[in-house]
Design a protein around this ligand. Structure first.
Ligand code: ADP
Length: 267
């Protein structure tokens, strides 16, 4: 849609006339709608745990406190909801830093094998608890890549924690890497044998707060922001992120990063 507004009439000129401003307001309206939706989502996501906390606190006041086993369960719920809210606020702060371009990437040469092994180590206990086998699959010859280590650790943490959340006991997760030397790119792959994502949801999966199954995600402690954050960080590295999934078969996320882009880059 285009607006037309006469903004200026000049009397002194012999050619009195009208200057027209043509402005496409569609983009601006879309942005405004997206902003409103985001605020509504944030409010809803914060209100849900707060409502739970309130009702469990009231139940404790109303007598549950006298039954020790029940009280412990209720306090457990309150603790989990509080932790989820803390995670949500940290994720939002992280996103807003990425949005405001405050974040400057501090790139350093990083050994790819070490990057994957350290990631697997951070999830060792959770994988063991769920009897999930984790394999590292590195193409021979893949050496190092220039990345902001903290930020890419965050990307890998988000992707592996999803793989872990959405894979049932006894499944497996592969962390792989190979390079496309011709194109000077490194591909990091996180593959799971989990529940997968229905085809109709795939195109929305990187949107903030989009989840296939809200209840399942919340129960798993998810915030709906993990993939959005991962995508922002990868884009700041001039990379791309792809997700392939087959329902009930599993999901593969591939992160493509420039292999040799050195130095600090504005995020
Ligand atoms: P969440 O905190 O809900 O996990 P994400 O942004 O990380 O949020 O992911 C968005 C949604 O994408 C999830 O709620 C889930 O439905 C789906 N998803 C992400 N990764 C996987 C995966 N490895 N397997 C199945 N579903 C996934």
């Amino acid at each position: 849609r285009v607006t037309f507004s006469p903004v200026h009439r000049r009397k002194e000129s012999s050619h009195a006339g009208v200057i027209a401003v043509l402005q496409d307001v569609t983009d601006q309206e879309k942005l405004e709608a997206a902003r409103r939706e985001f605020v509504a989502n944030v409010s809803h996501e914060l209100r849900t745990p707060l409502t739970t906390i309130k009702s469990y606190t009231e139940a404790l006041e109303d007598g549950a406190l006298d039954e020790r086993a029940l009280a412990e369960r209720f306090i457990g719920v309150i603790r989990n909801e509080t932790q989820r809210m803390i995670r949500l606020v940290s994720d939002l702060l992280h996103l807003s830093r990425l949005d405001s371009s405050e974040a400057t990437l501090r790139k350093q040469r990083t050994d790819v094998l070490e990057l994957l092994e350290d990631t697997a180590d951070r999830f060792y206990v959770q994988m063991k608890q769920k009897h999930i086998e984790c394999t590292i699959d590195l193409q021979p010859g893949v050496g190092s890549v220039w990345i902001d280590r903290d930020q890419i650790d965050q990307v890998l943490d988000n992707l592996v924690s999803n793989a872990l959340k959405y894979t049932i006991e006894g499944g497996s997760i592969t962390l792989g890497a190979h390079s496309a030397v011709d194109e000077d790119l490194l591909a990091i792959r996180i593959q799971d044998t989990g529940i997968g994502i229905p085809k109709q949801d795939l195109h929305r999966i990187f949107e903030r707060f989009y989840r296939v199954d809200k209840a399942r995600s919340r129960n798993m402690g998810g915030t709906g922001l993990g993939l959005s954050i991962a995508q922002e960080i990868v884009l700041a590295h001039n990379g791309t992120i792809e997700l392939d999934s087959e329902l009930d078969q599993g999901t593969t996320v591939t992160v493509w990063l420039p292999l040799h882009e050195e130095g600090s880059v504005e995020a």
